[in-house]
Ligand binder design. Structure first.
Ligand SMILES: Cc1cc2nc3c(=O)[nH]c(=O)nc-3n(C[C@H](O)[C@H](O)[C@H](O)COP(=O)(O)OP(=O)(O)OC[C@H]3O[C@@H](n4cnc5c(N)ncnc54)[C@H](O)[C@@H]3O)c2cc1C
Length: 406
């Protein structure tokens, strides 16, 4: 079997793998990225990166590149409750790092960042599949190519191969999986009659539904419809459901006239929203990043930001410690803390905004007025993500349990 030696071999050339490859190659590491796909297509993935992720992009030095490659910074975040406009947030003025969302078409941004990794000196091999892994002090990835299998030995192997990670299994991590509470369906629309500078978020908690529209620029929009698991017989996927997707969005509050000239121009796919994660995403020479380490529920739109947080933290650990085993261990320790914090916030939001039934309704009736009066009770998911306090005190404030009921 052919064999080669690298500092880092990265399985997966998504936003996580490509950005890490670029960052390490820029500092002189010999990096190889192996990517299964020969050409990127619409997989219905994240296209709205929250402001705390934009801050990570800036720390990684890719924000200008992303802007130049079509990411548009969206300033306004508008919320509707049960069909009535609730508030409009100026993200640039109110987030700690003064960023809007970065919205972009995922397949072209994947290509941009993979090209950038190559420009920085990383080698990129496409159309190859990971088929084996040897863990230990000198780990190796085994890939299948048209010329036979190859062993790629490295100081560190990174699994950046997404939500259905093969690397997670090959490295014998034990995944944890939340119960399925939400389903998220997404589709690409063109020519919606809605402003280009605003993310639109429609929520109908009593029936566990939300609709979200992220403008991507050039009259394109990624539309999501989120619904309670078990509330539909069949998943909302496949082109035959395109009109049902629109009808359900309208029932959830999106004005029907926005769709007058709309065209559906990408696949309609539905995914379970449940988190899947590993504790301590480093062992025996193999680190996991991005969705491979922790797939956070896409209903809350934090996956891209979390992926770039992983890249930035792993990069900083590796660049500040020659002992890469200790450095990757340090990354995994930090990951446990910030991912757990994000997971708690998403759990609270799921309980408050998607649980149904009389108890859930009466909790909302009690809690909503307090949150409206003191919005700082709600963790700032867009601006601060996992850096919000998430201890018991924060939980009680969110659910207004610190206020006596009479
Ligand atoms: C419906 C939906 C909506 C979402 N919406 C949002 C949102 O609005 N905002 C947000 O921030 N996040 C969102 N996300 C999450 C976001 O898309 C992910 O968190 C992000 O793409 C993870 O990046 P990644 O690089 O870890 O993985 P991926 O983007 O999945 O990239 C993994 C790469 O690895 C390659 N690969 C896989 N297996 C192999 C193999 N065996 N060998 C070689 N290559 C392999 C794949 O081809 C792919 O290119 C959404 C996700 C879904 C499913």
């Amino acid at each position: 079997m052919a064999q080669s030696h690298w500092d880092v071999v990265i399985a997966g050339g998504g936003l996580g793998g490509a950005t890490l490859g670029r960052a390490l190659a820029m500092h002189g590491a010999r990096v190889l990225i192996v990517e299964h796909e020969l050409a990127f297509k619409d997989r219905v993935r994240g296209e709205g990166m929250l402001p705390w992720g934009v801050a990570e992009a800036r720390a990684l030095g890719i924000d200008a590149l992303m802007r130049d490659s079509g990411a548009c910074e969206v300033r306004w975040w508008k919320r509707y409750l049960n069909g009535t406009a609730r508030d409009t947030r100026d993200l640039i003025a109110t987030t700690p790092t003064n960023n809007g969302c970065f919205n972009f078409y995922h397949p072209s941004m994947q290509q941009t960042l993979l090209d950038a990794a190559r420009d920085a000196g990383a080698e990129v091999r496409r159309g190859v599949t990971v088929v084996g892994l040897e863990t230990g002090d000198a780990p190796a990835l085994v890939i299948h190519t048209e010329n036979g299998d190859e062993r790629l030995r490295a100081k560190l192997v990174v699994g950046a191969d997404g939500r259905r990670s093969v690397m997670r299994r090959l490295a014998r991590f034990t995944p944890n999986q939340d119960a399925s509470r939400l389903i998220i369906a997404g589709v690409l629309h063109e020519d919606l009659d809605t402003p280009d500078d605003t993310v639109q978020y429609f929520q109908q908690p009593s029936i566990a539904r939300s609709a979200l529209i992220f403008p991507l620029g050039e009259r394109r929009y990624r539309s999501y419809f989120i619904y309670g698991a078990g509330t539909r017989d069949h998943p909302l996927s496949g082109s035959h459901n395109a009109q049902t997707f629109i009808d359900l969005s309208v029932e959830t509050g999106v004005p029907r006239e926005w769709y007058a000239d709309a065209r559906t121009t990408g696949p309609l796919a539905a995914y379970p929203g449940a988190d899947c994660w590993v504790e301590h995403p480093y062992r025996d020479g193999v680190a996991l990043i991005g969705d491979a380490a922790a797939t956070s529920d896409p209903s809350f739109g934090c996956g891209l930001a979390l992926t770039l947080r992983d890249v930035r933290v792993l990069r900083d650990c590796l660049l500040s410690n020659d002992d890469w085993h200790a450095a990757a261990d340090d990354y995994a320790r930090q990951h446990d803390v910030y991912y757990a914090s994000l997971h708690r916030i998403e759990d609270w939001l799921t309980q408050l905004m998607y649980e149904t039934g009389p108890l859930a309704d009466s909790r909302r009736a009690r809690v909503f007025p307090h949150l409206a009066k003191e919005p700082q009770r709600v963790p700032d998911l867009q601006g601060r993500g996992p850096d919000n306090p998430t201890d018991e005190h924060a939980r009680r404030r969110f659910f207004a349990e610190d206020i006596a009921t009479v």
